[in-house]
Design a protein around this ligand. Sequence first.
Ligand SMILES: C[S@@+](CC[C@H](N)C(=O)[O-])C[C@H]1O[C@@H](n2cnc3c(N)ncnc32)[C@H](O)[C@@H]1O
Length: 244
Amino acid sequence: MLTQAELLTKKGTYIRQMFGSIARVYDLLNTILSFNLDKSWRKFAVRVSNVVPDAKILDVCTGTGDLAIEYSRVLNQNGKVIGSDFCHEMVKIAGRKLKKKGLSGKIEVIGADTLHLPFRDNYFHISAVAFGIRNVSGLRSGIIEMMRITVPGGRVVILEFSQPTNPLFRGIYYFYFKKVLPCIGKLISRSRYNAYSYLPTSVVNFPDRYELRAEMESCGLQNVEIYSRTLGIVTIHIGQKALQ
Ligand SMILES: C[S@@+](CC[C@H](N)C(=O)[O-])C[C@H]1O[C@@H](n2cnc3c(N)ncnc32)[C@H](O)[C@@H]1O
């Protein structure tokens, strides 16, 4: 059993255990708890990523591979997507899902820590992450590592939960997000780690959309754009690596 305080340290071993405990029901709970909106958020992130059809794309913190799958849909046979995650259970489920969908030849899933990616510098046209960077111990180090493996002129794409700006909507949403969602999450996942209580707490403690943009810029990303979806429940940040 891990406490919320321990989880919020974002120590890799804690985060890995927590996600391992919910991996088997992760997709189902995403669908239920987001009212199936999660798929449209990832699709939108891909749409605004400006992908060329033969791009090489890395989806870090890939979980069960859903963002990698969305990217693979816009690539031709010369394009390539790799999904990486440090949670063995997630990687296993992603692998099974790709096989079932007949996508194993198009997408590769590997075990890797986002803070130490096993790729050379300047390799991918896009490095992307959905709902993952918030859990990495060291936001800045994570962004810098994603930038390292991205080609000059390539993009770093971050899809993440954010805090709705409209106060009325925020009140209603927070009631759901902080009170209802953790109960449903606990009931269905039976996770000992209270992963679905950690979710809202970690979102509220995460930099807001302007702070995240500032962090990306201070890492050296340029022209950082912000796209909000569903009244600001999620945002997509896209920054470009300098051409050198
Ligand atoms: C909330 S899930 C997101 C999964 C997926 N990207 C999606 O869109 O549903 C977060 C994932 O990030 C992974 N993760 C967290 N920290 C990581 C790290 N430092 N290195 C690799 N994976 C990490 C977890 O194992 C988990 O699978």
